[in-house]
Design a protein around this ligand. Structure first.
Ligand code: UDP
Ligand code: MG
Length: 321
């Protein structure tokens, strides 16, 4: 890595090439304004850059607009997926192809202000390998989304052994080193912000107020968010499995005490018909616990299964990279 001594006798990291990765899913109205804002930020920073648009199976004019830009400007690159593979996989494809010394991940809907990249870049020069953007405020999101997201990050922080920053998306700048390590992490269920925390090095953040989506609609349905949340938990914590085991012991112990009592009432008290209520309750309770346990094991197993299947993570229809 190159370093430069600045006038203040401080070391400063030199990064001259920046790759910006932009996953796009039905973002036709955001492409042009995003491109213009990114270009002006990059020009102000005085760096050479590439903007890698990863089209994640959009059904609108997104890819045509991106390709039109790519024909006009050398800096615009595109990767066009054969279908929708999901946001994390789209970002991963961009990371696989990025050439920069520093790599930025940003959303296409302008919820992550491109101007912040300059600030993150300055911070990184101080010697950090990762500078992520932490949301101070989020406007234009539903109460339900804010609440579920906030709960999720706090639960995740409690049950994982690594510290995944709360209230942080994927908007960040990273050193090439980090990306090289990410490329060697073969897991299929990606939870990039967790993987990046897990990698370590010097990481820091800057705070910002997250704006509303400029145009179009969110591509993250509740189904996708749920899957993403489970990917994060299963990839970084075995606590749900352990909790189930403890629960199993506790419930079995209680069940053992109840059986003693049942035998006592059957043979000593000779009281058979009564107890139907407790019987029903315990059968249902244990049934419920078992279903949950099987479900949790299933979540881990299905992820193991997709890793063993070893299919390619994504399929590219067309790219200029
Ligand atoms: N996105 C994607 N594939 C998807 C869903 C979303 O590539 O299946 C992209 C989307 O175009 C955007 C980013 O991921 O650039 C974040 O998605 P979105 O804004 O819909 O999520 P939200 O901000 O609502 O969480
Ligand atoms: Mg968004």
């Amino acid at each position: 890595m190159l370093w430069r001594v600045t006038s203040l006798c401080k070391l400063e990291k030199i990064m001259t090439n920046i790759s910006v990765i932009i996953p796009v899913y039905n973002e036709e109205d955001n492409i042009q304004p995003l491109y213009e804002r990114l270009r002006s930020v990059m020009q102000k920073m005085g760096v050479s850059y590439e903007l890698i648009f990863v089209n994640d199976g959009s059904q609108d004019k997104t890819i045509r607009l991106v390709k039109a830009l790519a024909y006009k400007t050398n800096e615009v690159k595109y990767i066009d997926f054969s279908r929708n593979f999901g946001h994390q996989i789209a970002v991963t494809a961009g990371l696989d192809k990025a050439n920069g010394d520093a790599i930025v991940i940003i959303d296409a809907d302008l919820q992550d202000p491109p101007e912040l990249i300059a600030e993150m870049y300055e911070k990184m020069k101080e010697g950090y390998e990762v500078v992520y953007a932490k949301r101070k405020k989020r406007s234009g999101e539903s109460v339900m989304k804010l609440w579920t997201a906030s709960m999720f990050y706090r639960i995740l922080a409690r049950i994982t052994s690594i510290s995944i920053p709360v209230d942080t998306g994927d908007f960040r700048i990273m050193d090439k080193k980090i990306v090289e390590i990410l490329r060697q992490m073969p897991e299929k269920n990606k939870f990039l912000r967790g993987q990046i925390s897990w990698i370590g090095f010097n990481q820091t953040f800057i705070e910002y107020e997250r704006e509303e989506r400029q145009a179009g609609e969110t591509g993250y349905t509740y189904g996708k968010m749920m899957r993403f949340a489970l990917d994060g938990i299963t990839a970084f914590s075995d606590i749900p499995l352990k909790v189930v085991t403890y629960f199993g012991f506790i419930v079995s112990f209680i069940a053992f005490l109840i059986s003693l009592y049942a035998l006592y009432s059957r043979f000593i008290l000779r009281d058979y018909v009564q107890g139907w209520t407790s019987l029903m309750i315990s059968v249902l309770f244990i049934g419920g616990i078992q279903m949950i346990a099987i479900g949790i094991i299933g979540e881990y197993m299905s992820r193991m299964n997709s890793n063993i299947r070893n299919r390619p993570l994504y399929i590219i229809r067309d790219t200029n990279l």
